[in-house]
Write a protein that binds this ligand. Structure first.
Ligand code: SF4
Ligand code: SF4
Length: 507
């Protein structure tokens, strides 16, 4: 890598972003330390003045690393751009040894005892004792494998609650951060995307206590109870969502979830796709793949095609897409429009090009003509087989949801006289928190903020009240010894009798 001092403005972007601190500013111009430079191209990509010249001048003794698409040339006694590999005496060595579970178990921390993993009874149907200073509605004990355990249950009204909804689809539903509406009322916002899914966050204390609180509470509860809800994304799509069912987006059912991004598709399917066409483009709004340039193409012996594409290059064969209503949820409406140019000094007349998407829903084939144009041709039998193979590898699109809330407030008083001791017991895994019997993930840090998969909770277990708040069946299970230690309401504890549940009378 070299710097063109005529173009360099000394802005320092390359210094800021170089992962191995190989760039300094000397006399207001960037200077690259070629002994440390890994040829990762970050400086080339961030320079606003095009002052970085990508050269092939890796110093003697450097080793090409193929652990990721960057393919660093790691110099002698130096680290790669990711800091994971070091060139030690001409051998690439991982800087951290492989860890056994014993190596990390202190970090991982405690897990709940087997005896307290499941509640004695659930809180579904238990009711609430209001105000919270009274003992919880049911405090029930039983003996399990020589351990006395107790479960304290209550249906807690929670103002600090929301649902995180995962919608499996590649379809562009609207911008991250866009408001989510029920009718004209805002109930949430679009979150960051996950792999093959859009994430929606609905509710939260500020919306529940705001002017739209009732509709927010009802929407959270309906989603958590696996009922259908109709939502509109501001400047985006209309959605009909129900946990466990395919999402309906603008009246159309989303069929399939992607196998992976355009690059991952090539990683998986290049052996198949390279037998179908000379060049393959997988259109994707995140990472569009170009087979002949991609590491999977090189590995399979695919020759350069002379075809270049329009999106911004990240690493060889991987291009950042854009967002739209076209193929692969990009702006490309006609697949051949992704092609920027065809270099006839490399391409030949008759070279075949296949363009598809990450779900394999659409596929098109072309042939390069003698002038470097593209002629559409029908899908061959091999292409149809590839299309079916990709489609068969996709999972069905579904809607799922996690209910998330904080129950570290006054409801703790129904469990113990010393609420902070309950919080600590939950954090130390001495008290196990379940929701309708389903295991929760308790968030790290202070309080008792948890997440639970609503699909594991019985439909109809969630309610809402015009406080407004959502009502959630909360269970704490611990050994009776621990319950005594945290100052639990031992006097209200009753033994569980499966045959006579009515004997568990409320205090
Ligand atoms: S190519 Fe990478 S390692 Fe080398 S100077 Fe540029 S940013 Fe730093
Ligand atoms: S980013 Fe470009 S212009 Fe800015 S200091 Fe580095 S080489 Fe010079």
């Amino acid at each position: 890598m070299q710097i063109n001092p005529e173009l360099c403005s000394g802005c320092g972007f390359c210094v800021r972003d170089c992962p191995v601190e190989a760039v300094t500013i000397v006399k207001k111009k960037a200077k690259i330390d070629t002994v440390r430079c890994t040829h990762c191209n970050v400086c080339f990509r961030v320079c606003p003045e095009n002052a970085v010249i990508a050269t092939d001048d890796a110093p003697q003794g450097s080793i090409a690393c193929d652990a990721c698409p960057i393919k660093c040339r790691v110099p002698a006694d130096a680290l790669g751009a990711c800091q994971r590999y070091i060139n030690e005496n001409g051998v690439l060595v991982r800087t951290t040894p492989v860890h056994t579970f014993d190596d990390v178990k202190d970090q991982v921390g405690p897990e709940p005892l087997e005896a307290i993993r499941h509640p004695v009874i659930t809180a579904i149907g238990s009711g609430t004792t209001y105000p919270c200073c009274k003992p919880a509605p049911y405090i029930v004990s039983e003996r399990r494998n020589d351990v006395d355990v107790v479960t304290v249950v209550t249906e807690v009204p929670l103002s600090y609650s929301s649902v995180l909804v995962k919608v499996d689809t590649d379809v562009n539903i609207g911008a991250e951060g866009a408001a989510i509406l029920v009718g004209k009322r805002v109930v949430g916002m679009v979150e960051t995307e996950q792999y093959g899914s859009k994430m929606l966050h609905i509710g939260g204390v500020n919306r529940l206590t705001g002017e739209n609180g009732f509709v927010v509470a009802r929407t959270i509860t309906d989603i958590a109870n696996k009922k259908e809800v109709k939502l509109k994304i501001e400047n985006g799509s209309r959605l009909k969502l129900q946990v466990g069912k395919p999402p309906m987006i603008n009246g159309k059912s989303a069929g399939k979830m992607r196998v992976g991004c355009g690059s991952a598709m090539l990683g998986i399917f290049t052996p198949l796709l390279s037998s179908v066409a000379d060049e393959v483009i997988v259109l994707d709004s995140h990472v569009t793949g170009l087979m002949s340039e991609h590491v999977a193409g090189s590995y399979a012996g695919v020759k350069p095609s002379g075809i270049s594409i329009k999106f911004q290059k990240s690493t060889p064969g991987r291009y950042f897409g854009d967002h739209g209503t076209g193929w692969g949820s990009t702006s490309i409406q006609h697949p051949e429009d992704i092609v920027k140019s065809i270099d006839l000094s490399i391409a030949r007349e008759g070279l075949t090009l296949l363009i598809t998407e990450t779900t394999g829903q659409n596929m098109a084939m072309f042939k390069v003509d003698h002038q470097g144009g593209l002629d559409s041709i029908p899908l061959t039998d091999k292409a149809k087989f590839a299309l079916k193979t990709i489609g068969d590898s996709c999972e069905p699109s579904l809607v799922s949801a996690m209910y998330t809330a904080g129950t570290g407030g006054s409801a703790r008083a129904g469990v113990t006289k010393f609420p902070i001791k309950l919080t600590r017991a939950v954090q130390d895994c001495r008290a196990n928190l379940t929701i309708g019997g389903a295991q929760t993930f308790v968030m790290p840090g202070g309080g008792i903020s948890f997440i639970v998969d609503v699909n594991r909770v019985k439909s109809g277990a969630f309610y809402w009240t015009p406080t407004p708040a959502t009502i959630c069946p909360v269970e704490y299970t611990m050994t009776t010894t621990d319950y005594e230690a945290i100052g639990g309401h031992i006097e209200a504890m009753k033994p569980f009798t499966a045959q006579e549940p009515d004997n568990l009378s409320s205090p």
